[in-house]
Design a protein around this ligand. Sequence first.
Ligand code: HEC
Length: 130
Amino acid sequence: MYQIRILKQSLAVIVLLLLASACTYDFIELPKPDPVDPTDTISFQSAVVPIFSDGNNCTACHTTGATAPDLTASKAFDAIVPAYVNLDDPESSSIYWYAHPSSNTHGWKKLSLSEAAIILGWIQQGAQNN
Ligand code: HEC
């Protein structure tokens, strides 16, 4: 009898351990790009615009009269501020997350992680026309 009780008790412990270890949650979260140095001012014209237009990266499709937003150099600012930025919650700005390398939206073309970091940093600094 004594041995059976020991056996039952150890079974109970094993079951409890299995239950405890089964309760892990997987959170799907966009990997955070390296934060941009907050003392380093990110210029819209010299840091953000080239992401859109160099090599027609985005302007191949997002150009005047084509798919919104118009990301050509002279139009990009008015096209994305304020419609595609959220100053209260920069990470929810669609110009940042919609083509983020880990998003499941916008299969057309993805930003690189470092490009996403520049765009996020620029929004965190107030999305200025600088
Ligand atoms: C091959 C064409 C193509 C390229 C290149 C492209 N896009 Fe797009 N993009 C689209 C199309 C088509 C849509 C609209 C359909 C959709 O939402 O996927 C769109 C939608 C978007 C939207 C959402 C627009 C809205 O009104 O909600 C954003 C933001 C965006 N693109 C950003 C970018 C950025 C940033 C780049 C450059 C890294 C880029 N796109 C490159 C084709 C493209």
